[in-house]
Write a new protein. Structure first.
Length: 134
């Protein structure tokens, strides 16, 4: 929800209209601060809970996935492909909902995020989003 993403970014966010598709729908939350942009996508997949796979979303990764333990049913962190304006992505699943958090090159708190700092940031964001989807 908007409050969760606002807490992640520290500033108000916008919610794009919900896209409805034959196989579910998608919510997109956005926040921009100068050159940094944050996005959280929540994709509701109309499929049985066990039938939802993260495999179709793995192609967005430029690096090996790092598993995030204890986040939803499954979640991982990876570097975003160079053509994307994001440093990293968290891709996860809670029941039949997939969530994708695009993390900018700068940290959500305004500094630079590298290595373990980016991992900590990804964990915190994923915990909040997944917690709200349960």
């Amino acid at each position: 929800n908007v409050a969760t993403v606002t807490a992640l970014t520290g500033a108000p966010v916008s919610l794009d209209p919900v896209k409805k598709t034959d196989d579910g729908g998608e919510c997109l939350f956005r926040y921009a601060n100068g050159k940094m942009a944050y996005r959280v996508r929540i994709i509701d997949v109309s499929a049985a809970e066990g039938a939802v796979s993260l495999a179709p979303y793995e192609s967005q990764c430029a690096s090996k996935r790092t598993r995030l333990n204890g986040i939803g049913n499954e979640a991982f962190l990876c570097s975003a492909k160079p053509r994307l304006p994001y440093a990293a992505q968290v891709i996860g699943r809670v029941r039949n909902q997939v969530f994708i958090i695009d993390l900018p090159a700068g940290s959500m708190m305004g500094g630079s995020a590298k290595g373990s700092a980016l991992r900590d940031q990804a964990d915190a964001a994923a915990e909040q989003v997944a917690g709200n989807l349960f």
